[in-house]
Design a protein around this ligand. Structure first.
Ligand SMILES: Nc1ncnc2c1ncn2[C@@H]1O[C@H](COP(=O)(O)OP(=O)(O)OP(=O)(O)O)[C@@H](O)[C@H]1O
Length: 299
């Protein structure tokens, strides 16, 4: 179940949260929805899952318009940090409610994840710690096996072992039951290995929407003698540069062909990948629009 967003604008009063956003989320992928605070990620997730109406523009989920489309929405799950649970009922009862409304719900996944996160089914949501609330949202989200599952900052409050347990569970269940998953997170370094597609929002607009592998190949980290590094970067877009004594490392936007790579190595340069996190930081830093425009041209 893919998502097609065209010219989507959402305003809250005079505040424009999404400004003529157009993007595609491929069916059967794990897509990272990335962006700095206030860039519009939650707003986009809310409109796609029909929690909120757009001001203008269109959203199609699996080719259908989601607003007030109950049949479609039974196959779409949005898990938010705030949690969408009934506070007066136990976790066990909340699980049962979700099971009744989700055609693909897996009780086995729910029980396993309740154990993984050490959640007591007889507790009620208000008694849970922040991390336990996040964990319960993840249990509901993954066990629902919705064809489109949007996980919006669900890791907030989770400690590192619980986050890695979540990433492992997500990947394992996704491989066994492929579906479309959208993962919004600030912890790009942690989720990078999961992502097949990346959407980056910046100040209410789409900065990038592309295949994660293609994005990774857009950058190269070049390390070596200062003079050689400086020669290499001439005419290229430099995202960052560090120097320690006579050795420099520059991060540049470049996809090297075999000849260029061999030439660089012959000049004593080491070539390495640029972590997605670094590309993201550079591209969304203030004043980085030129680099982003260059990335956009190679989309
Ligand atoms: N209910 C609201 N009323 C007014 N403005 C809002 C409302 N919700 C969000 N906004 C504004 O819309 C913009 C986008 O907010 P949104 O929550 O979508 O961003 P985000 O990318 O999810 O941010 P974060 O990473 O901090 O969660 C922000 O400037 C925010 O202040």
């Amino acid at each position: 179940m893919g998502v097609e967003v065209r010219d989507l604008t959402v305003r809250y009063g005079r505040k424009t949260a999404l400004d003529a956003v157009s993007l595609s989320i491929p069916a059967g992928s794990i897509t990272g929805l990335l962006g700095r605070n206030g860039s519009g990620k939650t707003t986009l997730a809310s409109v796609v899952a029909a929690y909120r109406r757009s001001t203008s523009g269109s959203v199609l989920v699996g080719g259908q318009q989601p607003w007030e489309n109950a049949e479609l929405l039974s196959r779409v799950a949005l898990v938010r940090e705030s949690g969408d649970v009934v506070d007066t009922d136990t976790l066990r009862t909340n699980l049962r409610f979700t099971e009744q409304s989700r055609p693909q719900f897996s009780r086995e996944v729910a029980e396993r994840l309740m154990d993984v996160f050490d959640l007591d089914p007889s507790m009620k949501p208000p008694k849970l710690s922040r991390g336990q609330k996040s964990a319960f949202g993840i249990v509901l989200g993954l066990a629902s096996r919705a064809e489109l599952t949007i996980l919006d900052e669900v890791h907030l409050g989770l400690d590192a072992p619980s986050r890695y347990a979540f990433y492992d569970a997500l990947l394992e269940d996704y491989i066994a039951h492929p579906r479309t998953i959208v993962l919004s997170s600030h912890l790009i370094g942690e989720v990078e290995r999961l992502l097949e597609h990346v959407v980056v929002l910046d100040r209410s607009r789409v900065l990038l929407a592309q295949d994660a592998d293609a994005l990774r190949t857009r950058g190269v980290a070049v390390t070596g003698p200062v003079r050689e590094v400086d020669r290499f970067v001439v005419g290229r877009t430099v995202l960052g540069r560090q120097q320690l004594g006579g050795t420099a490392q520059a991060t540049v936007l470049a996809t090297l062909d075999d000849g260029e790579a061999a030439g660089a190595r012959a000049a004593g340069l080491e070539l390495g990948p640029v972590p997605l996190q670094d590309l993201f930081v550079h591209l969304t830093a203030d004043g980085a629009t030129e680099a982003a425009a260059e990335m956009g041209r190679v989309r």
